[in-house]
Design a protein around this ligand. Sequence first.
Ligand code: HEM
Length: 451
Amino acid sequence: MRVEERERVRSGGGVGAEQVRLSRASVGDTLRVAGTVLLPTVAQGLVIRRRLVTLAGRWWQPDARAVRLMQRLRGRYGGGALLLRNPGRKWALALSTDAVRVVLADTEPYSPATVDKIAALSHFQPHGVLITRGGLRAPRRAVNEHALDADLPVHHLAASITAKITEEIAPLRDQMGGRLAWDRFATAYWRAVRRIVLGDAAHDDDELLDLLAMLRRDANWAGLRPRNDRLRQRFRQRLDAHLARREPGSLASLLPPPEPVMDPYGQVPHWLFAYDAAGATVFRTLAMLSTHPVQRLWSAADLRSGESPHRLPRLRACVLETLRLWPTTPAILRESGTPTRWDGGRLPARTSLLVYTPFFHRDDQTLPYAHRFEPARWIDANGHDEWSTVSFSAGPGRCPGRNLVLLTTTAILAALLRDREPRLLSYAKLSPDRPLPVGLDHFGLRFRLAE
Ligand code: HEM
């Protein structure tokens, strides 16, 4: 190793990579990881879910297979991180929580802006903080944290946000005899999201989200599909026109004025994209509450207690537990900017590191509750370790929308559930008496909200 290179070898964000084991995978295990973890995760759609592949997953259960493989690899290599033996750019997997802590504890040298994420997300948000490298990352992160009130448990616009949700969502209870399927829910949900993010005048702008969906479908193919700049500009013009109104009570009103380098408006495509995951989580939580009467009764205390309609701690716990069971970001990726020294060797610069979240959340070899719905654990702050339950990531790259998501999803659940008993009409196998499946196709969930 040359002297200057040795000087660049860091210990991994100052959190002790040198104490964390680094192993090298055999060629056979590298192929198994590619076929069982990487390809199926990409095939299901990392930027927008592919409905047919998700449907096939009901029988194929790719996430369960991936978790079992990761458990075998941990048994074989003893945890830490596993460097794959693939040609070209290097890949490594976190096999234990200490490796997760090393890669998520700082955004240097393990950057969230990986080459694959840049290739994918620049189709629709080239200036988003998640794919920003260097000095612009901090101010763009600050714009997000300010507008999303990242550090407040309840967003200061909560009253306006919940009012919009109630207006859009509550009528669903009385339509079609209380029957609720994904497409009807999604229509009302996106109206509410547009009003929350952009203001009431965006209520009917379906085209905006159709344009975004087209760009996200391209983004699923990352660099394999050329960027459609004309389509992106059409989307941006439409979006910017909404943002320029800075409608009071909307998140848009909390952004600084437009400016080309920082591009505060360029953060908003990520928000609209990420709200998709929150909608899926509402439907999955509803499935849990429909099939788990004990937990439903427990959480119903929020709706009766005269508790502030913005806090709803038990419903929050239900959403967090649903996100543990079905994390909407299965692959948290980081990229090493410099070589780093671990116990057992050197991790080269430009290695992509994968934290495969379903493995850490559904590891039935270490978690007695792995496949059960146990929301009460979230009321106790010690119920989950920051580095092992990473639905919103962790460390300085953690999702700044976390509290806003919890506010939005719990307000939607409250609007649907007040004075109603939810019944699940599909997916007969969800029950407290059997292990919950590792994948759950939210598109296929259907309910009746009975009086
Ligand atoms: C269920 C809903 C959501 C979940 C589970 C979630 C989860 C996550 C995760 C895991 C990351 C880290 C991704 C990575 O490092 O590759 C992230 C980043 C981010 N999320 Fe969320 N998110 C959700 C919704 C939202 C919403 C609604 C917003 C905004 C309104 C938002 C804003 C962001 C931003 C701006 C980042 C980038 C942070 C950075 O790079 O510093 N998220 N989210």
